[in-house]
Design a protein around this ligand. Structure first.
Ligand SMILES: C[S@@+](CC[C@H](N)C(=O)[O-])C[C@H]1O[C@@H](n2cnc3c(N)ncnc32)[C@H](O)[C@@H]1O
Length: 527
């Protein structure tokens, strides 16, 4: 039974809904059942809290979904003609790859391009909260927005005045202009406080995991630290207490064990300060002396063996700081940045700039061209800082400039360089001269993307990845992997190559988002 052919056929047929006397379920012209107001409802009233029934990914893929092929080409068109079960009309994405079926009224809200109900996901109680977004008249239908990829032909909606559809309809671009990563359903990280940490699976991207780099005896970094021997085993306890209490360089030596035992003698690591710390007079100790110790944890067993030969070292297979936590606020910032870069690419669609051609004639009606764009937003960490670096955005101009090197990323980096040159010229401050030392803070001033995150529609090619490396970018987030030409993990992963003198993080926007955007691309082009 399809939703639209439900037993509710007549407008006059309505049934009371026990939990909320302001809502009734009635037939809605051309849509099956719908939820209607039985009386006036004030704006911002919560009209429903629906618990959800969760299906895990495997269960849904096997029994509910459209089948793998169709899912891979998840377009409204395919969904329309390839439904396996009516559940496909009711379930939607939940966190951790699960699918959710709203119980109660939640499954009966119809879609409108001008919705009067918004909803938020409450994952702590596995429920969805529905709130009216304006004052509602008696008998008005309550509708939510399902997104721009509908799998049915929508019946005219009376839920609101201005219609999202009016703005979007027939863009001559297969609806790609409607790709709006900010639209409903908003991801989970839009629900909580900006400082809450987002779990890895709820992030909108996957992080590219670099294989840990192997160290050799020549590359292990070391530092000089003060140590002292405790010859009398009875002094070990008091010395440990003293060390704990005094907390000397606890942060700087946290990657090392503080005591090394060799035979009867225990050696205590004291500090990395230029002079030895003041030691307790009531404990029998030798004079402090300098030892060479590793300056970081061991990431691999090879590194551990090397470092332990200098000083017992902590083994931490994950690089400290490699997997940085993302807060809800930062995830929202990234979401908006990705939205901005997609919009920028679309802005150039009619200008004939480099994009992607359908790679398969049979499927060409769902394959779209997307020009390439790149964006560096103002850093999230410095959003409140008035002196923060500006945001920069650029697109690929290979066609219009008739220049083979005018890739979006190259254009962006050049733009930032030119901006920097102009502001330097305007500034009265003398600028430090460039030098070749990557460790030098003076040189750091001359890099163009230090601590910045770059968002791009397409994985940068090898040339662009190298330019990003030379600009000391902190992170690259891309939407579409470029299997044959990408320099950030697809064809090659430039920042992991031996010999390159800068590493940057790589984040690949999650595949579902690309599918939602309806993008299928020719992977053979350089971006
Ligand atoms: C989640 S159900 C909504 C409740 C549904 N009307 C019912 O009777 O069970 C989604 C289904 O409702 C129908 N629907 C929702 N909004 C619609 C609209 N604007 N126009 C036409 N059909 C709609 C479609 O058949 C869709 O697959």
């Amino acid at each position: 039974m399809s939703a639209a052919s439900s037993t509710f056929q007549l407008e006059s047929e309505s049934r009371p809904y026990l939990n909320n006397p302001a809502c009734v379920i009635k037939a809605s012209q051309g849509k099956g059942r719908g939820v209607f107001a039985s009386r006036t409802i004030a704006s911002q009233t919560v009209v429903e809290i629906s618990p959800v029934l969760l299906f895990n990914k495997e269960e849904y893929e096997q029994h509910g979904k459209l089948g793998r092929l169709v899912a891979a080409l998840s377009s409204a068109h395919f969904r329309k003609y390839n439904r396996f079960t009516i559940l496909d009309d009711y379930t939607f994405k939940w966190k951790n790859g699960n699918m959710a079926l709203a119980l109660g009224l939640g499954s009966l809200f119809n879609h409108s391009n001008s919705p009067n109900v918004s909803y938020t996901i409450d994952s702590s109680t596995d429920s969805i909260v529905y709130t009216v977004t304006r004052n509602i008249e008696p008998d008005e239908e309550l509708c939510i927005y399902y997104g721009s990829n509908l799998w049915f032909d929508p019946a005219e909606s009376s839920a609101g005045n201005s219609s999202i559809e009016d703005e979007e309809k027939d863009d001559g671009w297969g609806g790609l202009s409607n790709v709006d990563v900010l639209r409903n359903p908003l991801p989970i990280f839009f629900n909580g406080s900006a400082d809450d940490v987002v779990s890895e699976e709820d992030l909108p991207f996957e992080r590219f995991k670099r294989p840990p780099e192997e160290e050799t005896a020549d590359t292990v970094r070391t530092v000089q630290a003060w140590a002292v021997d405790v010859p009398d085993p009875r002094s070990i306890g008091p010395m440990l207490k003293w060390l704990r209490r005094s907390e000397v360089d606890a942060d700087k030596l946290g990657h090392l064990k503080r005591v090394r035992k060799q035979g009867e003698t225990s050696t205590f690591l004291l500090s990395v300060s230029p002079t030895p710390p003041n030691l307790p007079h009531d404990i029998s100790l030798t004079d402090p002396y300098l030892v060479t110790v590793p300056s970081s944890v061991a990431l691999t067993t090879t590194s551990l063996a090397l470092k332990n030969s200098l000083w017992p070292t902590i083994f931490a297979p994950r690089r400290k700081g490699e997997v940085e936590d993302w807060s809800q606020g930062k995830a929202r910032w990234a979401w908006e940045a990705m939205h901005a870069v997609v919009q920028e690419a679309l802005r150039w669609r009619d200008e004939g700039e480099v994009g992607f051609l359908p790679c398969n004639q049979i499927l060409s009606y769902i394959l779209l061209q997307l020009p390439i764009a790149a964006y560096v937003p103002a850093p999230y960490e410095a959003l409140d800082d008035a002196s923060l670096p500006s945001a920069f955005i650029a697109h690929d101009t290979r066609q219009s400039a008739a220049h083979p090197l005018r890739h979006a990323v190259m254009n962006l980096i050049r733009q930032i360089g030119e901006h920097r040159a102009c502001s330097d010229a305007e500034s009265m401050e003398p600028q430090p001269p460039p030098d070749g030392d990557s460790e030098s803070p003076r040189n750091g001033n001359n890099y163009l993307l230090t601590s910045q995150v770059l968002f791009t529609t397409h994985e940068p090619c090898i040339m662009c990845s190298m330019a990003l490396l030379h600009s000391r970018v902190k992170e690259v987030v891309y939407l579409i992997p470029m299997e044959k030409t990408g320099g950030c993990g697809s064809a090659i992963c430039l920042p992991t190559l031996p010999g390159v003198n800068h590493r940057f993080n790589i984040c690949r926007w999650k595949v579902e988002t690309i599918r939602e955007a309806g993008l299928q691309l020719d992977p053979s082009i350089d971006s």
